[in-house]
Each structure stands twice: as C-alpha cells, then as structure tokens.
Design a protein around this ligand. Structure first.
Ligand code: SF4
Length: 294
C-alpha cells in the first residue's frame, strides 16, 4: 500500500478535529495559518473563533484600524502578524483573490509555506507546504535524516511529487503529516506506532535506539535581549502594547515600572525608548505629543 494511503487511513481515525479543516474558504484558512505561526493549536482554536466573529470576511477585516486588529489579536503575541493579515485582506479586496501559489507569493507578508498551505487547503492544489512538522516526518521517511534542518527542504521538495497521491483526498496529506508529527513522529519518535514504519528510512535506527536525541533538534533563532533582563525584548514589547491598550494613551516615560518590576530609570529608559520606536516603526503604536496609543 502506498505511504499516503496508509497515512490517510491513520488520519481518518486519529486526525484532530480542527475548525479550519472543515472549510475551503481561503480567508478562514489564511487566518488559521497566520495564527498557527508560533502559537499553539489550543490557543488558536479560541482566537480563531472570536476573530471570525469580529472579522468574518476579507472586506470586514480590510476596513479595520490598527487599534482594532491589535486589540482583537491581544494574547496571541507577535502582533505584526495581525497588521500583516489586515494588509493582505486589503490587497485581496482591491486586486481579487490570487488563484495560484505564485500569485499568493506576490502579496507582501505571504511566504512560500503560507502560499503553499492556502493552495493546498483552500484551492486543493497538489502541493506540500513544508513546515517544521512536514520537514521532520518527510526528512526521516524519505531521506533517513533523523533531525532534518531547513537546508534539507530542497531535497524533501524533490520527493514530494511521488509522495502525494494523484487521486483521492491528497489535500488531506499535509494535515495528516502535521498530526503524525505532533503525536508520533515527535523529536523522540514512537516508530512502533507509526503507520509508515515499514518503509521509513529512519525507523530502523530509532527502533533500535541507536539515535542520540539532541537537546535541541533545530537551532532556535537568536532573539534580541537587553543586558540582564530575564526575557527577550519580544516579551517586553508585548507588555508595552498591553499596557497602552489598557490605558488607551500613556507617556513612554511612564511605561518602565509597568512592564518590568526591576526597571531602573537610569539604566533602562534608553532600552524602553528603543522598543517603543521599533513598535512605532512597525506601525503597532502611534505617538502624538509624547503620548502613545494604538
Ligand atoms: S517510522 Fe518513525 S521516524 Fe519514520 S515517520 Fe514514522 S515515527 Fe517518524
């Protein structure tokens, strides 16, 4: 039996029931894909529902202000994603819906993974969006690489054509791989339970326990972090936005103690000012007469 057939059979029984898998609406699929970038599925489930209630269509979202989208996104983190999503909605509203992966790629903010995901799930094209999950499963299954890295994507891409079935629900194959990657083909895989184990190039070594599981299987991108602060700037930037959202407007020199209990005016004000200017540059904050607002 072909690997995709085995996988789809397994998926029918063990696949997750997720709301964005029940639609072919490109808008809803894009919302889920953007939310799922760096946010856990359970958290996305909640936000996905409320977001669609507030912004049910490209049109509605395209009319939203920065403050509205940032407020609706609050709690998901990486707020630039919210503005980017709104800007994509504006482009689609203006120019119409892209019909191919290449057309999606011409929209600012849409990268190869997202273009491929919308094409696969909304437009049912035979394409495999390669993210960390698909990279891990296919890198192991097709190439026998125990811990595939970004640099292996080209080799994986070269093999996807034969992996995707020509008929049947080939658009479900990526979803099935996501679920296999999060439940069985994890960092330390449970190959004995895997529907692909008989043909997998990596299963023998994993089953014989001859593979050393590294502490980190992929390199974590280095985040900007200030002096002796315990968290990366990303966390404090989120706190700044939360504070501005709650207070509606605030002076930047009042922010310090509100976002960091160890704040030292003398040592840390420059750091806060730098984060504020980056938030303004990213259009996440506005400044008028030294007062900040969304
Ligand atoms: S057999 Fe093991 S390594 Fe291969 S795809 Fe399945 S879980 Fe992953």
């Amino acid at each position: 039996m072909k690997p995709a057939t085995l996988l789809l059979r397994w998926y029918r029984v063990h696949g997750r029931d997720l709301p964005w898998r029940k639609t072919q609406d490109p808008y809803r699929i894009l919302v889920s894909e953007i939310m799922l970038q760096q946010t856990q599925v359970d958290r996305v489930r909640v936000y996905y529902k409320s977001w669609l209630k507030q912004f049910p269509s490209w049109k509605k979202l395209s009319l939203a202000t920065n403050a509205e989208v940032i407020t609706a996104w609050a709690g998901l983190g990486y707020n630039r994603r919210a503005l980017m999503l709104r800007d994509v909605a504006r482009t689609v509203n203006l120019n119409g819906l892209p019909q191919t992966e290449d057309e999606w790629l011409t929209i600012k903010g849409i990268g190869p993974y997202t273009a491929s995901a919308i094409s696969a799930f909304a437009q049912r094209k035979r394409t495999l969006p390669i993210d960390t999950n698909i990279r891990r499963v296919l890198g192991r299954y097709l190439l026998g690489i125990h811990f595939p890295q970004l640099a292996d994507d080209e080799k994986i891409h070269g093999c996807t054509e034969e992996f995707l079935p020509r008929r049947g629900a080939y658009w479900d194959v990526p979803q099935a791989i996501f679920d296999l990657a999060t439940s069985i083909c994890t960092k330390s895989p449970d190959c004995a339970r895997c529907p692909l184990k008989n043909e997998c190039f990596a299963s023998k070594n994993f089953l014989e326990k001859t593979v050393t599981i590294p502490k980190r299987s992929t390199k974590k991108p280095k985040e900007r972090q200030y002096r002796n602060k315990p968290y990366p700037d990303r966390i404090y930037r989120g706190r700044i936005l939360k504070t501005v959202r709650e207070r509606v407007t605030i002076r930047s020199n009042q922010l310090g103690p509100l976002i960091d209990p160890m704040f030292d005016q003398h040592l840390d004000q420059e750091w806060i000012d730098d984060m504020v200017s980056r938030l303004i540059k990213d259009k996440l904050l506005k400044q008028h007469r030294k007062r900040l607002s969304l």
